[in-house]
Design a protein around this ligand. Structure first.
Ligand code: PRX
Length: 686
């Protein structure tokens, strides 16, 4: 790269943080290859080797027309790619489209009576709901009519959803999409406080939630979170107009939390007034936002990643068809939660754009026992399965022999969200896939909309522990900290970046365009004035190794984001929650390797002078984290320490804490302001 070296160093220093997941990455040996089964290849959607030539860098950007051609457009676009305002790329400019139409209406002629969604309730004695495309069409239209005519929603308005895994969640998303309303779904496990921050940032007009849902044998009161969310957002400056509440059991309110007169609306009742109503899908510009998905970053404030309608939908449709190998007759089950990007792209928008049957299940993989996923697969005839290494590890530990007891057959399986250890991959292949399924290890992010690296299932060999090359159209590269490009196949670790823009990439961070430019393009941009996309590589924030075979192995985050069970948590968010406990003066969180979840947060806190350490304080700190963020962020341990290891300028050296927590050598600590603290911390950590 031709940038001035000193400025490169300065920006690299700003972004080089003192703890990273990549530093504690497990370095497993390179593994053998596995071949895709002939039975898979015989039926695969993509078997044409020419695909790589069709998507070579010199074919950019017109190659991506093929993605958008999978969709129905009201008006075909004029410009495939507009780079006039880098890095705010625009795709399929001039085109008009509706995402709901593409996921529902256009399938009615051929697939009216086919299941669009199979909703599997957690209680196994409850009936599975098979929502056909026709039924989906009716329910989405009626709810869209209610949102438009009773709530006055119009294109461009924002709505926060805080919904569990039920069929009503995709129905709500699609109803918003039909109207051009931007939805922002918050993971149901997040606290009311976390939801409040998102209502506030997006200035949502409504909060849509559900009264209760099942998880691990308990009917959880979810409505209480809506009250906190609504009140906190109002207190901080944005009052939503209403709270819409779906009932987990229609006709029955299943929450002990009272309804608020004039504010709370039971959807199941109110929607009855719209029975039989139809709403014309709003013809939206391709570049209008479809949704916001908040993700953790390096500051305490979550980032509202804004995804477009046309580019995003084209990207998830193409990758669902060719990387997930979805055919309309497939029964596809992605076990993620729709509250994360995986669920948006690969439970709702991608599979439904292809007229597949997509499974939405309530609960957790190992409750009531580790046979549940395989019973669901057998009962529904699932043939494509998609999950995370955390779920695979948990299922392997609690029921390694369970899959063999059930009569299901997967042709294709996905692993996503975190690095997978080769031995876990092999159990997945042998025991879950029964040796019959091809596996793709897909690396991507909330920001990227869809897959970046993966093998093309019928065309590449699989390598346990490695995601694979860039998918067709994606050209990854690895840079060192000084901005030098590492030779292809060097086997050295560095920062993985993508050379070219692509249609699925997020458009900006909601209300924070400068943060978007700085975080993703600031470090490796060659010339901030350049209008040439070649000068703007996208920095993913992950460490990776490019092996001699061109497969990328992802090592983990290089910034201060912790990936817990495949979910991103910002260290600043966790630390800020700890600091809300009055006796705490300093907090530092580090990732600790965990057998099941990959990583868990471990929290170090120091107290005000004179305050005695106690279990009660540790508990209050843990509770504060759960209350501010949700139980997913609950620290594995809270360690009360006399002092933090610090640099001479007073910065906490999280790298030293991370080494101690992971029982690794912290290296040279002589430059610390207080090197003597390390030994006492080591004793405490044990
Ligand atoms: O560190 C990478 C890890 O998950 C991060 C993205 O998290 P999120 O935005 O929540 O999206 C998760 C679902 C795509 C990445 O920066 N990650 C994702 N997929 C993989 C992975 N790490 C290793 N292997 C993967 N396949």
């Amino acid at each position: 790269m031709s940038r001035d070296k000193s400025s490169r160093r300065a920006s690299a220093e700003q972004q080089t943080l003192d703890v990273s997941e990549a530093q504690i990455a497990v370095h497993w040996p390179e593994e053998d290859y596995f071949l895709p089964p002939a039975s898979f290849i015989a039926q695969a959607n993509l078997t044409d080797q020419d695909v790589f030539a069709r998507f070579s860098l010199d074919k950019f950007p017109e190659c991506f027309k093929e993605f958008a051609d999978l969709l129905d457009w009201y008006k075909y676009w004029e410009t495939t790619f507009d780079a006039s305002d880098p890095p705010f790329w625009r795709w399929f400019v001039g085109g008009t489209i509706n995402a709901c139409y593409n996921c529902v209406d256009r399938h009615l002629t051929a697939y009216r009576n086919k299941a669009a969604i199979h909703f599997v309730p957690e209680p196994e004695d409850e009936t599975v709901q098979h929502v056909t495309y026709q039924e989906l069409y009716v329910r989405v239209n009626e709810f869209a009519a209610m949102l438009r005519d009773s709530c006055g929603l119009k294109a461009g308005d924002r709505v926060t959803l805080h919904m569990p895994m039920v069929a009503e969640l995709p129905i709500t998303m699609l109803a918003c999409a039909r109207l051009g309303v931007i939805h922002s779904q918050v993971f149901s496990g997040f606290s009311g406080a976390a939801c409040a921050d998102r209502i506030l940032d997006s200035e949502s007009r409504l909060l849509i939630t559900m009264d209760a849902y099942w998880r691990g044998g308990k009917l959880i009161d979810h409505k209480e979170k809506a009250d906190t969310a609504f009140a906190e957002a109002a207190e901080k400056g944005h009052q939503a107009e209403k709270v819409l509440i779906w009932q987990r059991y229609s006709g029955k309110y299943s929450s002990p939390t009272k309804l608020v007169e004039g504010r709370d609306v039971i959807v199941n009742e109110a929607v009855k007034a719209f029975r039989g109503k139809r709403v014309e899908p709003v013809q939206m510009p391709a570049e209008a936002p479809l949704f916001l998905m908040y993700s953790s970053g390096t500051t305490g404030r979550p980032k509202g990643c804004q995804h477009s309608i046309g580019g995003y939908l084209a990207y998830v449709a193409w990758t669902s068809k060719y990387i997930q190998d979805i055919h309309p007759e497939d029964v596809y089950w992605c076990m993620a939660d729709i509250g994360w990007i995986t669920g948006h792209s690969y439970i709702v928008y991608g599979p439904l754009a292809l007229a597949a049957s997509s499974v939405v299940y309530e609960g957790v993989p190992v409750y009531p026992d580790a046979g549940r996923p395989w019973r669901i697969a057998e009962n529904l005839g699932v043939n494509i399965f998609h999950t995370s290494p955390t779920a695979i590890r948990a299922l392997r530990r609690s029921g390694p022999d369970e899959p063999a007891k059930y009569n299901y057959h997967f042709k294709h399986m996905t692993t996503v969200g975190e690095p997978i250890e080769p031995e876990v991959w092999k159990w997945y292949h042998r025991s879950v896939g029964k040796g019959e399924a091809v596996i793709v290890d897909t690396w991507w992010q909330t920001e990227t909309g869809g897959f970046l690296c993966s093998t093309v299932p019928a065309l590449h060999k699989m390598k346990p522990g490695s995601a694979g090359p860039g998918i067709p159209g994606i050209h990854p590269v690895i840079y060192d900290d000084d901005g030098n490009e590492l030779a292809r196949g060097s086997g050295k670790a560095g920062n993985i970046c993508i050379l070219n823009p692509w249609p699925g990439a997020f458009q900006t961070i909601w209300k924070a365009p400068e943060r978007y430019v700085k975080t993703y393009y600031g470090r490796y941009c060659r010339d901030p004035k350049s209008k040439d996309w070649r000068d703007w590589p996208y920095m993913a924030g992950d460490g990776a190794v490019d092996a001699a075979d061109g497969y990328f192995r992802i090592l983990g985050r290089i910034d201060d984001v912790i990936n817990v069970a495949g979910h991103r948590l910002g260290t600043k968010e966790i630390e800020s929650a700890a600091l809300l406990v009055p006796d705490v003066v300093e907090a530092a969180v580090v990732p600790v390797a965990d057998e099941i979840k990959g990583r868990v947060p471990e929290l170090y806190v120091s107290l005000k002078p004179g305050v005695e350490a106690s279990e009660d304080i540790a508990k209050r700190v843990a509770d504060s984290v759960v209350e501010r963020i949700g139980s997913i962020a609950k620290p594995h341990r809270v360690l009360i320490v006399p002092d933090m290891p610090k640099t001479r300028s007073g910065k906490i050296m999280r790298r030293v804490l991370a080494s101690l927590s992971n029982h690794q050598d912290p290296g040279d600590v002589s430059t610390l302001a207080n090197p003597e603290i390390v030994d006492s911390l080591r004793a405490l950590v044990k």
